[in-house]
Structures are given as C-alpha cells and as structure tokens.
Design a protein around this ligand. Structure first.
Ligand code: GDP
Ligand code: MG
Length: 187
C-alpha cells in the first residue's frame, strides 16, 4: 500500500499587542521552551520558526513574526503584515490599558491584511491571548469573565481566546493548535 504524499505548509503568523504584554516571551516559550524575566526589547522585526508534524500527511512550518519594539505606534506597515495567514493579539491581564489596545490592533489587522486569493481574500483568523494568567492566580488583576470574553470575541471577530502564561507554559500550545487548525481547515 502506498502512503499519501506528505504536504508541507508554510504559515506566517503575526504576534501583535502592546509593549510588555509578553509577545516575545510567548514566542520563545513556544519555539524554544524557555522563559526569562530579563526585559530586553529588540528593535525591528524578528521571526522564529517552528516545524510541526501536524498529521501523518501534513507538516506545518510556522513562522512567528514578533513586532519587537514597534508597539508604541499602535500599528504596523502593510509590508510587515503581507501574506500573513493568522495572528495572535496579546494583552496583559494585570494591565487593563493593554486590553484597550486589543481592539486597536484588531482593527489594524482587519484594515491591512486579507487572506491571499486562494483562500478567498477574507479576514485572517485572529486569536486573542490573555497573557500572564499566572499573576491572576497570585491575586494580581481582575479575574477574567469567561462569558464577557466570549462575547467580546464574537463582537470583534476573534476566532477564539485563551488565557496563557509564558512563565508557566500554560495554554500556549493549545492556542497555537487552535489557530493552526483554523488555517489548515481553509486549505
Ligand atoms: P513584549 O514587549 O510584548 O515582547 O513582552 P516581553 O515578552 O518582553 O515581556 C515583558 C515582561 O513580562 C518580561 O519581563 C517578561 O518576563 C514578563 N512576562 C511575559 N510573559 C509573562 C507571563 O506569562 N507571566 C509573567 N509573570 N510574566 C511574563
Ligand atoms: Mg518583544
């Protein structure tokens, strides 16, 4: 019996959100499985690659784009967003003002990036990450209201949301798997 040929997909994924929300930490945790509290903001654009055996027939090469130091402008150029197939918008659960940034980043994505032609040109799937959830467990910040978040996602066109911690390595794999699944099902 011959096996079906392996298919390989390259997915460009954007990681946006206000400064200090944990974007770089999430990428480093997901790709290299490391976390440090050492705050270093890099300037420019950085990307990391993770290769995933998604199924026996499908290999996904996930290219995660980190905006690295451009956050203060609250938006990015079209060139940066070009050919992205999905995005994470990150906020810090202990800083409500970074949640206000979420809508702004989502609008920036919606106005500047669309799925390439073969996928019909619609909006790219975007997943919201409520990061630093380990600090909530320690009593910092307001607990997340699940129903309100579900509602917020529906109203603002997010595919889903996850509470994550780059520190504790919680829910990052799950969020990535959800986003990949959403993109794979567009193929
Ligand atoms: P970025 O500006 O969005 O890239 O944020 P960084 O990844 O540089 O993180 C900013 C700060 O928050 C750093 O000091 C990180 O160590 C810290 N940080 C990031 N993620 C978490 C997390 O899940 N939990 C906690 N407690 N701290 C985090
Ligand atoms: Mg960063």
């Amino acid at each position: 019996m011959s096996r079906p040929p392996t298919r390989e997909y390259l997915y460009k994924i954007l990681v946006v959100g206000d400064l200090g929300t944990g974007k770089t930490s999430i990428i480093r945790r997901y790709v290299h499985n490391i976390f440090s509290t050492n705050y270093k903001s890099t300037i420019g654009v950085d990307f990391a690659l993770k290769v995933i055996q998604w199924s026996p027939e499908i290999i996904v090469r996930l290219q995660l784009w980190d905006i690295a130091g451009q956050e203060r402008f609250g938006n990015m150029t079209r060139v940066y967003y070009k050919e992205a197939l999905g995005a994470f918008v990150v906020y810090d659960v202990t800083r409500p003002q970074t949640f206000e940034g979420v809508t702004k980043w989502k609008q920036d994505l919606d106005s500047k990036v669309a799925l390439p032609e073969p996928w019909g040109g619609g909006r790219i799937p975007v997943v919201l990450l409520a990061n630093k959830s380990d600090l909530l467990q320690e009593g910092h910040g307001q607990p997340i209201n699940q129903l309100e978040m579900d509602d917020f996602c529906r109203q603002n066109g997010f595919a889903s949301w996850f509470d994550t911690s780059a520190k504790d390595n919680s829910n990052i794999d799950e969020a990535a798997r959800y986003l990949i699944q959403t993109i794979v099902s567009l193929e």
